[in-house]
Design a protein around this ligand. Structure first.
Ligand SMILES: [Zn+2]
Length: 393
């Protein structure tokens, strides 16, 4: 595969606050071989971006490649054949890649199609980010997103559902610990869907297969149950109580931080539209929640829920800007989408930093995204797993 030396006006190795002015990265055989100041680089740069910033490829820990971002999720899925769905997923994967996302965790598709896509991308047959696939989320009968096929009843049922996904090649287990907004009937969004014993069984069975667990939880009761069960990430984490009001539980926030459970706040450009559908002040409540979690030391792993209503693929810069609106610095928002996201997915030894030995997942954007995070939209170069994605400069 040879080697490539890339220089840029600044290099962000990953952790917030680390900056190499006039830096360079050497890629060799698909891995990062060296990162440092250009003056000390082992050779002359092959590619130069003097007015750009070189950073790790971005990681979105929560997408749904099979969804079309429209209002009729269930009907849209039912109308699509597996081949049509796969086509859509391949297109969405391309959009993510063009936006600088080099790793995407799919937290719910149908029929294991994300596994097929993952393998096609890994084999070089399709352009796309590295995919981690959850397959069908584990949910009770009539539960949230039951139409994806992950229905499970009781302790034995959830164990079998985890076994089924593991056998299908899942990289992570997604469990719908609480209700949601995408499904008619079943639990309300702020209600929990599983008993403590059932959630514990999901985690034990996932661990037996070497898999992490991502728990969907809008409500306080589902967040609390997920924390007790020892999941790895809590998705959404809206602290909702009866009726959809917000009530953050300080003790639970401390427990999330102490247990190292990452929260994916699913930030996306549809947030203002959600606020208009729910209640006045919803957006301010979300920002306050994010600020509180961040201040308490809870790890925030960047994820967009791309594919759900109002959350199209590729609007990564706008989603990062929401984290900044909530009070994170641009550098902290980028850390959330690189270092923290990789660690939350168990990929800290694979990607998320520009460190020697890791896979070559790189992004060059114009200008300085630590001054204005929206600069991330000005994509100049994407290298995913050592391969130039061919984004027009
Ligand atoms: Zn989701």
């Amino acid at each position: 595969m040879g080697q490539l030396l890339i220089s840029a006006g600044r290099v962000l190795p990953g952790p917030a606050g680390e900056v190499i002015e006039d830096g360079a990265v050497l890629v060799r055989d698909g891995r990062i071989a060296w990162t440092g100041p250009r003056a000390e680089a082992p050779g002359t740069p092959d590619v130069e971006h003097p007015d750009g910033t070189l950073l790790p490829g971005l990681i979105d820990v929560h997408v749904h490649l099979a969804f079309d971002a429209g209002p009729e999720l269930e009907a849209g899925l039912a109308a699509a054949s597996d081949d049509e769905l796969y086509e859509r997923m391949a297109g969405n994967a391309r959009r993510l890649l063009a936006a600088g996302v080099t790793t995407a965790r799919d937290l719910g598709d149908r029929g294991g199609l994300a596994v097929r896509l993952r393998d096609a991308v890994a084999a070089g047959a399709l352009p796309g980010p590295r995919v981690l696939a959850a397959c069908a989320p584990v949910t009770p009968p009539n539960g949230h997103c039951h139409f994806l096929g992950g229905v499970a009843h009781g302790i034995e049922g959830v164990r079998k559902a985890v076994q089924r996904n593991a056998a299908a090649g899942a990289d992570v287990i997604k469990v719908m610990a609480g209700g949601g907004y995408l499904t008619n009937g079943g639990a309300l969004p702020w209600e929990r869907q599983f008993t403590d014993a059932e959630l514990a069984a999901v985690v034990v069975e996932a661990r037996a297969h070497g898999l992490r667990v991502a728990a969907h939880a809008h409500g306080v009761s589902a967040i609390a149950a997920s924390v007790r069960a020892g999941v790895d990430t809590v998705e959404h984490c809206g602290w909702e109580v009866e009726g959809g009001a917000t009530r953050v539980d300080d003790a639970l926030v401390e427990r999330l931080a102490a247990d190292g459970i990452a929260v994916c706040p699913t930030v996306h450009t549809g947030w203002p539209a959600i606020a208009a559908r729910r209640h006045e002040g919803w957006l301010a409540e979300r920002f306050a929640i994010l600020a509180r979690l961040h201040a308490a030391g809870v790890r925030l792993a960047f994820g967009t829920d791309s594919g759900v209503r109002g959350a199209p693929f590729g609007e990564v810069a706008d989603a990062l800007a929401l984290l900044v609106d909530a009070g994170l610095s641009p550098a902290q928002a980028l850390e959330s989408a690189t270092v923290t996201a990789a660690d939350a997915c168990g990929l800290g030894g694979v990607t998320g930093r520009l460190a020697p030995g890791l896979r070559a997942d790189l992004l060059v954007v114009g200008g300085d995204p630590t001054a204005d995070v929206r600069r991330v939209a000005d994509v100049r170069l994407v290298i995913a797993d050592g391969v130039d994605a061919g984004v027009p400069a």
